[in-house]
Structure formats: structure tokens, C-alpha cells
Design a protein around this ligand. Structure first.
Ligand code: SF4
Length: 198
């Protein structure tokens, strides 16, 4: 099992502003500490660090000053770290001025400094690792094919009702896996015009 956290800041006020939940930061840090002591067991194989714990940030006007600290923390603890520049879709589209405004180019440059692959979760073969090797668990236990495949997609099951084996079987039946480099499940369903060559 691998865990991939979304964290944009270790500054409590910025964190709580971005997740829009008061007094949530201390709980988040407590859980992160728990992961470090009870879950995280990075291995170094040849020159590669293999980690089952990853952290992703989106660099926005609010989080831009927090990225270096998050990156250094992950380096220190051998946590796989990625940083995306913002994308104008979904909620980000509605709050674009607040998140990015006229700083888009600057934020994109910072994002690229930490994420050189075509997906934040890219495998060495260029696949989206979150889609290809994972499932997404919602707070209520509902399972989706990937984190962005929720609007206009139905859950494929729920952790309270289905075993992992069942969920993988349902996913594979409803949405046969595609292992091509550059394949994005959401774009494939919402923007098939992107996939004329894949
Ligand atoms: S939206 Fe695309 S890139 Fe993002 S997790 Fe899903 S498949 Fe991967």
C-alpha cells in the first residue's frame, strides 16, 4: 500500500485557510507524525529511494512561501515529493484570481522546479501512477478510479462494503486499465480529443 498526501503548507494558518477547516492543522501533523513512525519505511535500492509515502503540493499565491520547507522535510525523511503548478479546472477555475491571478508564470516556474515528469505521479514509463496503480478513497469510504474522477463519475464501491480485491475487479471491469505513457483517465473521458495519438 502507498499513501500520497496533499499538503500545501506547514504553516497552520495557511494550511487551514487552504483546506478551509478550522483547527485542522494539529490533527494533520499528528497523523503525519504517526505515518512517519508507524508506516514509512523507505528503502534505498542501488541509487534509488523507494518510498511508499508521497506528498504533493500545489504552488499557489498562498502556498508559494511554504514549498521549500515542504520539499526539505520530504528530502530529510525520504518522502517522495512533487509540486504541481495550478491548473484552471474545477474549483481552481472558480477561485483562479485568489490562487494564481497574474502570478501564473512565476508559480509555474516554481512548480516545474519540483516536478519534471508529465504527471505528479508519473512512473518511469510516463504513466499516471495514481490511476495505474491506485484507487481513490473519499472521506465517506466511497472509491473512485482517481482523485479527479468524481464529478460526473459514480463511485465504483465503498471500503465499508467491498474488499480491495473486489474493488480492483470492479474497476477493471468497468474501466479496463490503460498503461500507455501519458494516458489520463479523466482527460480520456472528458476530453477524448487529446487522445487521437494514444
Ligand atoms: S486526472 Fe489524470 S493525471 Fe490526475 S490522477 Fe487522474 S488519471 Fe492521473
Amino acid at each position: 500500500m502507498s499513501l500520497y498526501l496533499k499538503t500545501d503548507s506547514f504553516n497552520p494558518s495557511i494550511y487551514e485557510e487552504l483546506v478551509d477547516v478550522k483547527n485542522s492543522y494539529s490533527k494533520f501533523r499528528k497523523n503525519l507524525d504517526l505515518l512517519l513512525t508507524d508506516f514509512h519505511e523507505p528503502e534505498t535500492i542501488d541509487d534509488r529511494v523507494v518510498s511508499r509515502l508521497g506528498m504533493n503540493s500545489v504552488v499557489t499565491k498562498q502556498s508559494v512561501g511554504s514549498i521549500e520547507e515542504l520539499y526539505s522535510f520530504c528530502q530529510k525523511h525520504l518522502i517522495y515529493y512533487t509540486c504541481r503548478s495550478p491548473v484552471k479546472v474545477g474549483q481552481a477555475d472558480k477561485t483562479w484570481g485568489y490562487l494564481a491571478g497574474t502570478d501564473v508564470e512565476k508559480l509555474q516556474t516554481i512548480g516545474k522546479k519540483y516536478a519534471s515528469r508529465n504527471f505528479t505521479s508519473a512512473t518511469p514509463k510516463g504513466q499516471c501512477g495514481i490511476y495505474r496503480f491506485g484507487l481513490t478513497v473519499e472521506n465517506n469510504g466511497d472509491i473512485y478510479v482517481c482523485p479527479d474522477a468524481r464529478e460526473n463519475f459514480n463511485p465504483i464501491g465503498n471500503v465499508n462494503n467491498n474488499s480491495l480485491l473486489e474493488l480492483i475487479g470492479i474497476r477493471n471491469k468497468q474501466y479496463p486499465l490503460n498503461s500507455d505513457s501519458g494516458y489520463c483517465f479523466v482527460k480520456r473521458h472528458r476530453n477524448p480529443e487529446f487522445f487521437t495519438n494514444i
